[in-house]
Ligand binder design. Structure first.
Ligand SMILES: [Cu+2]
Length: 294
């Protein structure tokens, strides 16, 4: 008897507790994005830590070419040092009159050709990889304005909002905001999905530049440039407008909150209520991906 009462009491307590928790926790769909912050830091060298396969490949190619270049520079510097020491007028007063050496001439054509070939093959592969915007999960139209960004989620009716830098005197460091980088409404994207960007401008040239994701495209009035990304890890990523676009060019950073797909879909519902003018019910989750692309 006692045991039954205990069980019933325990069950009632658990029920009350879970109901209380459900009420107390209004889950923030963007919470996962604050677990990892990919931001530039003072005295940074090399590229930022890559957040997408494209940036990982760009970083790899940069270092691959860099080491080849270093080897060439060291080899040429050593040859020149050898010539300066061995064949200067004092050390070698009677110079040789040889003007041709077929073997050396073949070598200095063939070796640079091989070097160029081993650089150009991964370069062209990467160019094609960067240009392949086919079959995205979703497409966002990015429009540069003087001086803010506008994001339009093509597959979510009415989801179109602007993103302004938070002014220096309103930065709240306790919320993890970063001066000159954090914005009022970040671009929210799902991780692990291919995202296409249609990049354009409403006024002058801007640049949509996301260093840690390997995206850099000019935003040009009257035309659309495309790029894409696939963010591998939930987190906050930053970019900048990198075309001198006028007085407040420095005040149009890009902030991306990358979250798991389920959180992204939850955010879309919140965003539709807040960022769109028509508060109609959101489409089913399956329709949030591009319907237009095959
Ligand atoms: Cu700009």
């Amino acid at each position: 008897m006692n045991r039954r009462i205990h069980q019933a009491l325990g069950a009632a307590l658990m029920l009350a507790l879970s109901a209380h928790l459900a009420l107390a926790q209004t889950p923030d769909p963007l919470a996962a994005a604050s677990t990892y912050v990919n931001a530039p830091h003072n005295w940074q060298l090399w590229f930022p830590k890559s957040g997408s396969p494209m940036q990982a490949q760009i970083d790899w190619l940069m270092q691959y070419v860099l080491w080849i270049m270093l080897a060439v520079v060291l080899f040429v510097a050593a040859l020149m040092a050898y010539v300066f020491v061995k064949f200067n007028a004092r050390a070698n007063p009677n110079p040789s009159h040889v003007t041709h050496n077929t073997f050396i001439e073949v070598v200095w054509i063939v070796i640079p050709t091989i070097l160029l070939a081993i650089i150009i093959i991964p370069s062209i592969n990467l160019i094609y990889y960067e240009g392949d915007t086919s079959n995205p999960y979703m497409t966002v139209t990015v429009t540069g304005h003087q001086w803010y960004w506008e994001y339009n989620y093509q597959a979510v009716p009415g989801l179109d909002y602007t993103s302004y830098m938070i002014p220096d005197d309103q930065i709240d460091k306790s919320k993890g905001e970063i001066r000159r980088l954090s914005v009022d409404h970040p671009l929210v994207l799902p991780v692990g999905e291919k995202i296409k960007f249609d990049i354009t401008s409403g006024d002058v040239l801007h640049g949509f530049y996301l260093p840690s994701l390997g995206v850099q495209k000019y935003a040009i009035p009257g035309t659309i440039q495309t790029s894409w990304t696939l963010i591998t890890q939930p987190g906050t990523y930053f970019g900048q407008c990198n075309q001198i676009c006028g007085l407040d060019h420095d005040a149009m950073p890009i902030e991306i909150k990358a979250v798991p797909l389920a959180d992204y879909l939850a955010w879309v519902k919140v965003a539709q209520a807040n960022y769109t003018q028509n508060n109609s019910s959101p489409p089913p989750a399956g329709q949030l991906a591009d319907a237009s692309t095959p």
